[in-house]
Design a protein around this ligand. Sequence first.
Ligand code: HAM
Length: 417
Amino acid sequence: MSFRAPEGTHDILPEESPRWRRLEDASRSCFERFGYEEVRPPIFEYTQLFHKSSGETTDIVEKEMFTFGDPEDKAGTYSLRPELTPGTIRALVEGGLLAKKGVWKLWYLGPAFRKERPQKGRFRQFTQLGVEAVGSADPLVDAETMILFSEILKAAGVEAWELRINSIGCLQCRGGYREVLKNAVRPMLGTLCDNCKTRFERNVFRILDCKADAEKTRNLPPAIEHTCETCKAHMKAVEAALRDAAVSYRVDPRIVRGLDYYTRTVYEFSSSALGAQDALCGGGRYDTLVKDMGGSDVGSVGFAAGAERILLAMKGEAAARRPLDFFGVAVQEPQRAAVFRIVTDLRRAGLSGDMDYEGRSVKAQMRSANRSGARYAVLVGPDEAAQGRLKLKDMQAGTERAVTFDEAREILKGGKP
Ligand code: HAM
């Protein structure tokens, strides 16, 4: 019997993991440089959390969640997290953190799950890396999150990207814009796709997001012309900060985002190196979510990016595996125990090394040593075993010398060969 990984999931095998590590290390170091602290919410939450935050009528909540548990259970069912924003805010509110400090800048990196139709760059289990800056309404923080993501792309070596931003207004001005948009869409509604027809009633803004009807809806009035003066000033300040930081962007009235909690600034980074699923990162401001979830009335902004998509867009060299410092070789079977002891002691001294576990000949062990890329082979034969010494072979120079364990350790640690 053989098994396959579930549809829409993928294994990260050893030859790929160095690229993952490079992206994760680059992200972590950018997050920390910008003053963000790590948070790790659980992988599943009560389903209700996502209904109340991501939004009851969003595709994600309506169609894409993996939900389990007993519906009769008083506490409700659970869902695998389709995004990390709700869990992060829940954790912050539940932990009473906002009473301790005004602004929390948090980052996360971990799996998310959406029951979507898999295709290139779209998975059912994928990895999100992102930030949530909670507690400030300052437009500079909106810009900071975008600058931060552009730094991650730079560090990861992704060159072909575009940032598009928009403002979808606040609670005060969105109602007015909703009416303007509905009046403009109504005459063409019959010609739009079924999805848009449903969206007309439930969330008319998302009609702007529809790729199928993009041509027909091209001239609909943009949100930005209908936002209030405070929202307009906010957007201007975000743009000024991006220009100051020399981060190029384009205002795109079609960016409305597929989650319900956004207010004012919304943005997406995309890459021409990807196919239809070209969004590398999506984010924006959500000034009402924390209060809606039982916290204080504070502004927030954040983004999440799909790690798999960044990797697809990353210029391709497979980063080489870091070679081992040494490879232990037993000249004959009786010396295997001594080799194992030396290997263990050298590892305990902070060096990286391995040995043969297949009981192979000394020639075959030397081939493995070569393949491992180790700079040195550490050999023990009957003579070395008798004298409590070992032989160090420089795999590049081809030279050999008998040394004590302490000498070997110093040489391997970077002393002179
Ligand atoms: P989102 O736009 O739904 O936003 O997802 C963010 C990113 O996750 C996307 O741009 C994409 O790169 C990646 N992504 C989403 N779905 C998939 C999938 N099925 N397969 C592979 N990658 C995917 C959010 O999740 C918000 N929580 C972002 C946010 C944080 N807004 C404010 N704070």
